[in-house]
Ligand binder design. Sequence first.
Ligand SMILES: Nc1ncnc2c1ncn2[C@@H]1O[C@H](COP(=O)(O)OP(=O)(O)OP(=O)(O)O)[C@@H](O)[C@H]1O
Ligand SMILES: [Mg+2]
Length: 413
Amino acid sequence: MKNAKTRRPHRGGAHAAPAGRPELVITVSRDATESRLMREREKAMELQLMQAEKLNALGMSLSGVAHELNNPLTAVMGYCQLLLREDDIQRHTRHREDLETIFKEAARCQKIIRNLSTFARQHKPEKTFLGINGLVKDILRLEEHNLRARNVEPHLDLDEKLPKTMADYHQMQQVMLNLLINAVEALAERKAEGGVWIRTLAADGSIRIVFEDNGPGIPEENLGRIFEPFFTTKPPGKGTGLGLSISYGIISEHGGRIWAENHPGGGARFVVELPILEPPAEPRARESAAKGACPAGARVLIVDDEQAVLDVVFRMLRQMEIAPDVARSATAAKAKLEQSDYAAVLCDYRLPGMSGLDLFEWAKTAKPDMAARWVFITGSIDVAELEATGRPVLHKPFTIQEFREKVAAVLAP
Ligand SMILES: Nc1ncnc2c1ncn2[C@@H]1O[C@H](COP(=O)(O)OP(=O)(O)OP(=O)(O)O)[C@@H](O)[C@H]1O
Ligand SMILES: [Mg+2]
């Protein structure tokens, strides 16, 4: 578009043109297309930054909530499992079934919290060198029945030369399933002519996976909100509004991008962009979990400030025929460790005053044998600091099986 500006230059009286008739017209025109495009690009980038900041802030508060919920859930799940092992309960069918329901529902809460943590991008993905095309075919196979039942025709356009990349298979599968199921749900009204188009391509040194559907598309006012957790336009009980926020977390964790747009022909388009990553030169040997049985009578120190967690861990250790000792703070634990040795130290991360990590740092020099028998317990989902110690981390809430495995691995000779 041209931008024209016309003005009449000032002239002295002697040379003035007859009234009403311009003597000279100067036209200045400027091609503004480029600067307009630049402004639009800047605005889009600004929006994307704002969105990322907003999601980051949400991620932080979700981490806090998850952490607070993990402590009580550890107690609920732990007590349930302990009770389920009692003979009286096993004989009483109704009590057993009720407890099983409580455990199942608590496990569901645990899953929601884990999902939220994925959104908060605190879980490290387990990446392998994989082909995205195979993944796309896998999810279509998984959803084949659902697609047929809903009369949705899948169309594939896969770049056979697509390079492989490092990605977590299950997390990527989760993202693609979310996108596919969203498309299918959006098409629910279309009956006969609903279609989903999935394309893979390599562009600008990245891998792109594009999902398109010919559904109703996304209203303009929702485009900026659909990646927020709990944002849903589906009726209660149908959608939780977590699918896209989880996908956003996973893709960001992979160093990629995900965005949504409406394509001109109608319908929604979701684009996932992943970096092309080579496998590490030397695959790291996996830490093999020690399998030895626990030596009966071993003494283990539990350091936690939550009474319910202390109680439940105490009883789990008793069941393993291990003698538990407890400390409610890092300072109390330090005093105990100065006095005696333990077969293992199960230490909470966040403790009032001195933290579990500080206590571990102290033990590394003052009691290195104990530091080598350390297990961190945490309800926190931000565990990068703990993982950096190289010590095993037990995530609250945990099942008796997970607890036993982690403790047994440390106790094994
Ligand atoms: N392909 C699509 N077409 C139209 N709208 C979509 C599409 N995909 C997502 N949306 C919109 O984005 C919203 C958020 O999607 P998201 O997957 O996060 O949650 P949900 O599908 O509502 O619930 P959940 O995935 O947790 O079951 C949806 O409720 C819907 O309004
Ligand atoms: Mg969804």
